[in-house]
Design a protein around this ligand. Structure first.
Ligand code: F6R
Length: 614
């Protein structure tokens, strides 16, 4: 995953590039680097480490910003080939330090290319796949080709996925870039132009962007941008749409919150409200599409938290609309389930970023097999929006923390609205019942505001601190409480580094109960509804074996007290929609435990926000 940036214009490039890299750090943050050109010389500065620490600029950031020149490229890295070291950090250069390259993606044939180039005398200094690119360009230039022609030839030799940007001292006013299966946008500025892995990186500089498509090469100069087909070199610039992004760049700041994750948790009432209102008509249209009855089966495909939103949607669709749904992890779908896809299949992909490699691959498989594809994403102009037949959006605003929070509840809000409309159209809900469910959804933002009142939040914060050293956690739930348990466990794992497992509570006796002993924390999701009594029995079962039980239950429910050590209260909501409210205290639990353990929850180790590699 990794993020790349480029700028050429009238201002000093390095500070602009570094600020953009800071905004891209959610894509990777184990090393960073910048290359600029100034007075005929290439300057490169790079190292392992982060650009900010506790919100403050690091020494690395200061070093990168000090490079001279009005043109440059930069990179923030999430290691795939080679450890996070200075040598492996980007930009990478050719033998004579005249060409610099940054890359996001994986070059699958790099071993062959490297061997071939080494045989021709090129010296490599890193273990990365990327380093073949500057040497390839150098090789082609040594045959007399221009920088542009050499770049195009080099790109043709690459197999795998890439968003690449390159500069060369021989042509000090141009950045060349190319894209295949890794995100890349061009930004059009007043005093220069930009390149970046995604829009938020450059949003404070410009809100006019052109998404680059697979198989395109980009030529970026101070006052000109050209986009060409990489194969035919046909100029396609005029065919590209310039998007004007409405997002307020100020929303990308922390606004007094210690971490983006906490800020985003608190933005959930607004994220849900916006999704319910702005997207309503579109969701109704999609419900109509589903209800037309032309599809034999519906697969929801997604990864991680978005997969849990898919599971929440499955429970809702099956409980309210009696509409059968298969939810498949995208990386499994793309190799196994795809065999079952045909023209009568509907594939609904959920991806907040719209860039997740596995989810995109699943969509492409589905398209190839003639399925109808729909995406639910938070990012306008993301790759997935250009690959599917229909797009639905969540309106959560840009999410920066690696751990997804507000996009999750917004995804659920969208899927629940769609479900109610589907159920109405299938005759499973009367108009009156459907309206009642919509009214309940409209009250969710208010419910979330209550969950996020400081008095309640503080109780969860105390629990996070108190149990921060417990190394093994269980999260249990039944019915729609099960996706809630899964999401709670995922949040805890990724930002506290404690082990957590989620189980459907009825499954405990088939094995995991053996692990419950004195002091093992069990978080029980105990929403009222069809499985409530059974859930109480499960709580009793683990308590009897010595577990420390933390139960999430609705206000006024006294039954849960007897066998729980702690009860986290949430407002009453129908069982079917319970994940949208019950998950929020579990996000807070993970957040406060992470902070208590001295971890930066915005940047968990080994993880990056957009997983654009397989
Ligand atoms: C967890 C998390 C990840 C993502 C997953 C899918 O907090 O954020 O599990 O949910 O990588 O990402 P998207 O939704 O962008 O496809």
């Amino acid at each position: 995953m990794c993020g790349i940036v480029g700028y050429v214009g009238e201002r000093d490039a390095a500070p602009i590039i570094v600020e953009s890299l800071v905004r891209l750090e959610y894509r990777g943050y184990d090393s960073a680097g910048v290359a600029t050109i100034h007075e005929g010389r290439l300057y490169v500065e790079k190292d392992a480490g982060k650009l900010t620490e506790g919100g403050e600029p690091t020494d690395l950031q200061r070093r990168l910003k000090s490079l001279p020149g009005k043109i440059g490229i930069g990179h923030t890295r999430w290691a795939t080939h080679g450890d996070p070291t200075r040598e492996n950090a980007h930009p990478h250069t050719d033998c004579r330090d005249r060409i610099a390259v940054v890359h996001n993606g994986i070059i699958e044939n790099f071993s062959e290319l490297r061997q071939e180039l080494e045989e021709r005398g090129h010296r490599f200094t890193s273990e990365t796949d990327t380093e073949v690119v500057p040497h390839l360009i150098e090789e082609f230039m040594s045959e007399g080709k221009s920088f542009f022609d050499a770049f195009v030839e080099a790109v043709k030799r690459l197999e795998g996925s890439y968003a690449i940007a390159a500069i060369c001292v021989d042509e000090p006013d141009v950045i060349l870039a190319a894209r295949k299966e890794s995100p890349l946008v061009v930004g059009l500025g007043e005093d220069g132009n930009f390149l970046a892995s995604d829009i938020p990186a450059i949003l404070p500089e410009t809100n006019e962007v052109i998404p680059v498509d697979d198989g395109e090469v980009v030529v970026v100069k101070r006052d000109e941008v050209k986009i060409l087909d990489a194969e035919t070199l046909r100029d396609v610039t005029d065919e590209k749409e310039v998007q004007v992004v409405e997002e307020d760049p100020h929303r990308l700041e922390r606004h007094g919150y210690p971490h983006f994750m906490l800020k985003e948790i608190h933005e959930q009432p607004e994220a849900v409200r916006n999704t319910l209102t702005i997207e309503r008509d579109r969701l109704v249209e999609m419900a109509e599409e589903l209800a037309r009855g032309e599809y034999r089966r519906l697969y929801i495909v997604a990864c991680g938290t978005s997969y849990h939103a898919g599971l929440g949607a499955k429970y809702a669709m099956e409980m309210l609309a009696r509409f059968p749904v298969d939810v498949v992890i995208a990386s499994e779908f793309r190799y196994v389930t795809r065999e079952l896809v045909d023209e009568e299949t509907l594939v609904l992909a959920i991806s907040q970023s719209g860039e997740t490699a596995d989810t995109l691959a699943a969509v492409r498989e589905a398209n190839e097999r003639g399925a109808t594809t729909i995406a639910l994403t938070n990012v306008v102009g993301s790759t997935i929006t250009r690959e599917v037949d229909h797009v639905m959006y969540t309106h959560a605003g840009f999410e920066k923390a690696v751990a997804a929070t507000k996009t999750y509840t917004a995804q659920l809000a969208a899927m629940y609205t769609l479900t109610v409309e589907l159920a109405r159209r299938l005759g499973e809900l009367t108009d009156k019942e459907a309206e009642e469910y919509h009214e309940e959804l409209d009250r969710v933002p208010e419910m979330l505001e209550r969950v996020l009142e400081w008095e309640r939040e503080r109780e969860v914060a105390v629990l996070g601190g108190r149990y921060k050293e417990r190394p093994n956690w269980f999260f249990i739930g039944r019915g729609p409480g099960y996706p809630t348990a899964m999401e709670g466990a995922l949040k805890l794992k990724e930002i506290t580094y404690q082990h957590a497992e989620a189980y459907p509570a009825g499954e405990l006796k088939h094995g995991p109960l053996a692990l419950i002993e004195e002091g093992v924390p069990v978080v029980a999701v105990a929403q009222r509804g069809g499985v409530y009594e059974k859930m109480l029995a499960n709580i009793e079962e683990v308590k009897a074996r010595g577990a420390t039980v933390i139960t999430v239950a609705e206000e006024g429910d006294e039954n849960v007290e007897e066998h729980s050590d702690h009860v986290i209260r949430v407002p009453r909501i129908s069982e079917v929609f319970s994940p949208i409210v019950y998950t929020v205290p579990l996000q807070l639990l993970a957040y406060y435990m992470s902070v208590a353990r001295g971890i930066d929850p915005d940047y968990p180790r080994n993880l990056a926000k957009s997983v654009t590699v397989e």
